[in-house]
Design a protein around this ligand. Structure first.
Ligand code: SAH
Length: 206
C-alpha cells in the first residue's frame, strides 16, 4: 500500500526521491485512529482527536520537498499533531524540534515517536513563539493554517534558511516559502492553495 501511495504522490508531482522514500518507509497506519486504519495509505487527511487532523500525504510530501532538507538540518516544526510529519522530516535526515499546543496530541505523539525509535524533540507550547532557546534553525515548517507569518519564526531562522508556511485570510491558505536572505531581507514565493486546520493563537483549546 505504501508503494502504491508513492506512485500516487509521484503522479501528483512530488519529485524528490528523498521525500518519496521517507513516505514509503513510515507506517502511517500507526498515526491515525484504528477506525481509519485500512485507509491509512489513501491520499487523505483524517481526524486525530482534539479537532485536529493528520495532513494529507501529498501535503506532507509537498511541504517537505519545499524545505529542501539536507542531512543534519536543524528543523523546527509547528504543529506536531500525530507526529507523522515530524517522522518524515527525521527520515529525511533532519534533526527535528516540534511544538504542539494540545496537551493530549503532544503526549500521544511523543510516545509514538519514541516507540518508533525516532530521535525527535517534542515540546508542549505555543508555536507562534517558536523555540527561542533552541534557535537558530536551518528550516522551519508550519503545519497549520496561519493568519499571518509569525515574526518569531523568521527571527529564529538562520541566514539562508527556509520557512514553509500556509498563510492568508480565510479557509484557503497560500503555501509560501520564505527564504531568509539577511537579517532584514526575505524572498517570498507562493506555491498554490491548500486547506489546513487553523494555527490557533489563544490557549482556549487546551
Ligand atoms: N504535522 C501534523 C499535522 C497536524 S494539524 C501531522 O503530521 O499530523 C496542525 C496541528 O497544529 C494541530 O495538532 C494543532 O493542535 C497544532 N496547532 C495549532 N495551533 C498551534 C500553535 N499555536 N502552536 C503549536 N501547535 C499548534
Amino acid at each position: 500500500m505504501r508503494k502504491q501511495l508513492r506512485r500516487v504522490l509521484l503522479l501528483k508531482g512530488i519529485k524528490s526521491s528523498l521525500v518519496l522514500d521517507a513516505l514509503e518507509e513510515i507506517p502511517r497506519h500507526f498515526f491515525l485512529d484504528k477506525a481509519f486504519e485500512e485507509h491509512a495509505y489513501d491520499d487523505k487527511a483524517f481526524r486525530i482527536g482534539a479537532g485536529q487532523t493528520i495532513s494529507q500525504p501529498f501535503t506532507v510530501a509537498f511541504q517537505t520537498e519545499l524545505l529542501q532538507i539536507k542531512r543534519n538540518d536543524k528543523v523546527l516544526e509547528i504543529g506536531t499533531g500525530s507526529g507523522y510529519q515530524s517522522c518524515v522530516l527525521a527520515e529525511c535526515g533532519a534533526r527535528v524540534y516540534s511544538v504542539e499546543r494540545q496537551r493530549l496530541l503532544h503526549d500521544t505523539a511523543t510516545r509514538l515517536i519514541k516507540d518508533l525509535n525516532y530521535n525527535i524533540k517534542t515540546f508542549y507550547g505555543d508555536g507562534y513563539l517558536g523555540l527561542p532557546s533552541y534557535a537558530p534553525f536551518d528550516k522551519v515548517i508550519v503545519t497549520a493554517g496561519a493568519p499571518f507569518i509569525p515574526p518569531a519564526l523568521i527571527d529564529q531562522l538562520k541566514i539562508g534558511g527556509i520557512l514553509v508556511i500556509p498563510d492568508g485570510e480565510g479557509d484557503e491558505k497560500i503555501m509560501k516559502t520564505i527564504l531568509k536572505i539577511s537579517d532584514t531581507e526575505t524572498e517570498i514565493k507562493e506555491h498554490g492553495k491548500f486547506r489546513f486546520v487553523p494555527l490557533l493563537e489563544d490557549k482556549a483549546g487546551k
